[in-house]
Design a protein around this ligand. Sequence first.
Ligand SMILES: Nc1ncnc2c1ncn2[C@@H]1O[C@H](COP(=O)(O)OP(=O)(O)OP(=O)(O)O)[C@@H](O)[C@H]1O
Length: 370
Amino acid sequence: MAGSGNAHLRPPGEVVLRVEDLVVEFPAGRGRSVHAVSGVSFDVARGETLGIVGESGCGKSTTARALMQMPPPLRGSVRLDGLELTALRGEALRRTRRRLQMIFQDPISSLNPRRRVRDIVAEGPRVWGAGADRVDEMLTAVGLDPATAATRRPHEFSGGQCQRVSIARALVLDPEIVICDEPVSALDVSVQAQILALLEELKERYRLTLVFIAHDLAVVKNVSDRILVMYLGKVCELASGDALVERPAHPYTRALLASIPRGGLGLPPADQLISGEPPSPVTPPSGCRFRTRCPAATPLCAAEEPVMRRIGTDHWVACHHPQETGEILKPVEAPQVARAPEAAFPQPAEEAEDARVPKSPKVPKVPKVR
Ligand SMILES: Nc1ncnc2c1ncn2[C@@H]1O[C@H](COP(=O)(O)OP(=O)(O)OP(=O)(O)O)[C@@H](O)[C@H]1O
């Protein structure tokens, strides 16, 4: 049986970032805590884009900040090329952080309004004493003309242009990993596509690894090699983008897919929709955290927390009653789907055992919940 450790979440390729049992809590008064991130594990392969998706408040941004050690997690491990970031302090942490950069949701408020664009992009190089010669190159790379843009201030730019400045600021220090936290959510739809295309282009040109966070599965699907689905501080499902969309196994993933309008992913409507708000992360439900909204929940789901199980090549799910993979949601007019590459890592015997689709009890037919 697959344990709750992280060996089973290995992506195909060389692991650059390994996250194990990450826990982040915030004080909630009267001795209680917000359980924002509760034992999240995943690996990121060099050169891949890992998407993280889930409703607002599920812990995506907290996970991102914990990777950057801003602040460090309460428990768990974050290893960059084997270097344990949670053990670093002071100068050593500062030096290592340069290898990880972040792009934030609100491009305008994340830029200092009083500074000129050149100074904003050059701030990292000034602090680090390196990269100053790349400022113009970066402005050009993100589609801004250094001659005209560099002396202007953020308020003179549109949201999309400000996000280009943020991207230049993040890339000027030549990071290995860029964590994009809802980088297009605040932008007009037409601008979103341009910024996503730019990120894709820069990823190739500068051989970046991306962690791409968004609440919108349609956006995440377009940019990600693999997708991790979070619900109330936990990972529900992790799979290649194709597997997640064509064979969603977790009821929550299915609900997220069902909420995408036709024309988004072009999927037929799924049979189950969820309603209501997630429970409070101060008092999360026992067992499976999704069970209070899950149309397939049984007493087992309240009694026992489901662990991540492998149900296919590069496809993992934490659910007692995952959807049998026999039912495949075919995208409308989908091109031939390429087979996901086999994991580069040999699977230990006990994981190979779990590679079969777990036999789950028949999920009773439930009425639609609206
Ligand atoms: N500094 C904080 N103090 C207290 N609670 C916090 C703090 N930061 C986040 N939280 C809580 O932690 C939980 C996870 O929040 P987080 O921002 O990580 O979620 P998210 O999935 O990124 O959502 P969003 O997209 O809305 O930012 C939420 O319940 C949030 O209210």
